[in-house]
Design a protein around this ligand. Structure first.
Ligand SMILES: [Zn+2]
Length: 238
């Protein structure tokens, strides 16, 4: 039965806390992106609604312009009709009648166009209502999501403080030279630095560990390192 050095047990606990701290920090670092995504979802719905409203305004503007055009054509016709009684020549009279017919034709064309715009505006209404509904739902969802993210952030922050306190207490109990060796490794490897020997290989760099080193690790008499990557090695319990 291999025995484990007490210092190794301490280092493994320390490493576990360090890994948990770094996972929590990574998770906390993602939170601003999550919040940004929540805001972006609302903005997208808001932009859709805004676009539809803009379309409706555009349609109404164009319709009003057509209305004014028709109005001016109508007064033109009225003016022609007023002129017609004063005309003596038949040729001029016929010409004026053609002008009137042309203007009336133009009025009908404008009115048809107006009708098309009004139909389009009407068709837009349910789309605007749907977009308003979608925006309200998105805002509601965003507010719930924001609160959930905030709650999770609070839990993570509390957990982080707890782990960092535990970590500091553990670190104080570890021999300073071993601790600084561990911390130097942690800085350069950024992942596991106390690793098991598996199938005769280093659990960090996966290179071969000489049998003598395996034996020492297994006997639990002293701290051993991988010749290649420098990680601290231990013999796993089973
Ligand atoms: Zn190694």
């Amino acid at each position: 039965m291999p025995t484990m050095l007490p210092i190794l047990e301490q280092l493994l606990v320390l490493q576990d806390r360090d890994q948990r701290v770094s996972r929590i920090k990574a998770e906390l670092a993602r939170i601003p992106h999550e919040l940004a995504a929540i805001e972006a979802a609302v903005k997208a719905e808001s932009a859709k609604l805004e676009q539809l409203k803009q379309q409706a305004i555009e349609l109404e503007k164009n319709r009003k312009k057509l209305e004014l055009d028709a109005e001016s054509k109508r007064s033109q016709v009225a003016k022609y009709r007023a002129q017609s009684s004063a005309i003596k020549s038949n040729v001029e009279y016929q010409a004026l009648l053609r002008e009137i017919a042309q203007a009336e034709e133009e009025i009908r064309r404008i009115e048809d166009e107006e009708l098309v715009l009004m139909e389009q505006a009407e068709q837009l209404q349910p789309q605007v209502r749907a977009a308003q509904q979608a925006l309200a739902e998105a805002q509601n969802k965003a507010s719930n999501d924001r609160a959930a993210v905030q709650r999770r952030a609070d839990v993570l922050e509390a957990e982080l403080v707890k782990l960092q306190t535990e970590r500091a207490d553990l670190a104080r109990q570890i021999e300073p030279d071993v601790l600084s060796r561990y911390e130097r490794l942690l800085k350069s490897k950024r992942d596991a630095v106390v690793v098991p020997i598996r199938n005769g290989n280093c659990g960090g760099c996966h290179l071969h560990v000489p049998p003598q080193v395996c034996l020492t690790a297994r006997s639990g008499t002293e701290l051993v390192s991988c010749d290649y990557c420098g990680r601290i090695l231990y013999w796993p319990a089973d």
